[in-house]
Design a protein around this ligand. Structure first.
Ligand SMILES: [Zn+2]
Length: 365
């Protein structure tokens, strides 16, 4: 657990402002983690990530395990060096991909067997092997392997998966050898009794941080906010809380209101590549004809390179012409929007104006 700490510096209602220290530096919370599934946040460099306020990146254990292989990354000095990112890295356990893919061939108490989506080769993921892969990558935060059944799932199925998640969390914790710290994951779907039991069991294992898993898997936004609120209160005050896979800007604001500290989502980067851009005036689809002759910047109140130098008309032209630059400029802007939002949220909590910020942000536009 060398080099890991979490300190809360401000509170405003249930919202928290804090600092998570890792072996690769500090993360001011609440924080958003851009997702780099294959050790790259699609379309941008590590320098660009840092320039727009990225403090910590999420990488996917499943993808890096099947290609190029964690042994190869370890041999080349670990994931930080491999992807030229000197800040903190959080890796998921690989479970989410394995449980949501067609290649899953066998699930038992010991682990899961699956076929690689790349070459069909058979792989086995267990709580121990997931931690071993994440250690080889050199993650600052390693997530325990959890069992997340794809929804819709019956209550008994969610209950069995939660119980297995607890057993696997204990094995993961016991197997983990650093260099970072392991985070436990609370499961339980949208059922409050199951969430309560899962939280009690996972917290009893005394992890340095806790994640709320099994959300943002197709349920309505109100359900995400409700589960976040309910589960956050079951977690220890003094440890970081991570809401996995969420989400839209308004979901982040609601989750910060519930006392969540960490987020990840592919939404800003994936939407950027589809031409859906987040602005201070709401979402915008750059493909639309109405932007054909529009000389104005994407978002006049944004200071990113895209908004500083390029018009909506140019961005639309790049997108419809399938230019690589469209993905780059759109990703830069969407990341700047998300990371800028997190900075505003941190400032609002620190200055005691979070309630006013939330009300303005969520007001219909
Ligand atoms: Zn911008």
């Amino acid at each position: 657990m060398t080099g890991f700490a979490f300190e809360l510096t401000h509170r405003d209602g249930l919202a928290r402002r804090g600092r998570m220290t890792t072996p690769h530096g500090a993360v001011e919370t609440p924080a958003f983690m851009p997702v780099g599934p294959q050790g790259a946040v699609k379309a941008v460099t590590s320098d660009e990530l840092a320039a727009y306020g990225t403090q910590i990146v999420l990488a996917n254990t499943y993808h890096l395990h099947v290609r190029p292989g964690h042994e190869l990354i370890a041999e080349l000095g670990g994931l930080h060096r491999f992807m030229n990112w000197s800040g903190p890295i959080l890796t998921d356990s690989g479970g989410f991909q394995v449980f949501s893919m067609k290649g899953l061939t066998k699930l038992d108490e010991d682990g899961v067997t699956f076929r690689s989506h790349i070459d069909g080769s058979l792989h086995r993921l267990t709580p121990e092997s997931s931690m071993e892969i994440q250690s080889a990558l050199g993650s600052d935060v390693a997530m325990v392997l959890d069992h997340c059944p794809p929804l819709p799932a019956a209550r008994d199925e969610v209950e069995l998966a939660s119980k297995r998640t607890t057993r696997w969390a204990r094995r993961s914790r016991d197997a983990y050898r650093g260099p970072g710290v392991p985070f436990g994951i609370v499961q339980g779907g949208t059922d409050e009794a199951l969430r309560e039991r899962s939280a009690a069991e996972i917290v009893a294992l005394d992890f340095p941080g806790y994640a709320i898993g099994g959300v943002s898997v197709g349920e309505p936004p109100e359900a995400i906010a409700r589960v976040a609120r309910f589960t956050a209160e079951l977690l220890p005050e003094a440890r970081p809380r991570y809401l996995m896979g969420v989400g839209r800007p308004e979901d982040l604001v609601e989750a910060v209101a519930a006392g969540i500290d960490l987020f990840d989502c592919v939404m800003p980067t994936r939407n950027a590549r589809n031409g859906t851009l987040f602005t201070s005036e709401g979402k915008l689809n750059i493909k639309r004809e109405q932007y054909r002759r529009d000389p104005s910047p994407l978002d006049p109140s944004c200071g990113c390179e895209t908004c500083a130098h390029y018009s909506r008309a140019y961005l639309r032209h790049l997108f419809v012409s399938n230019e690589i630059l469209a993905s780059r400029l759109n990703t830069i802007h969407n990341l700047a929007f998300y990371l800028g939002l997190m900075m505003k949220l941190r400032e609002a909590v620190a200055s005691g104006s979070f309630a006013a910020f939330r009300e303005t942000f969520l007001a219909p536009r």
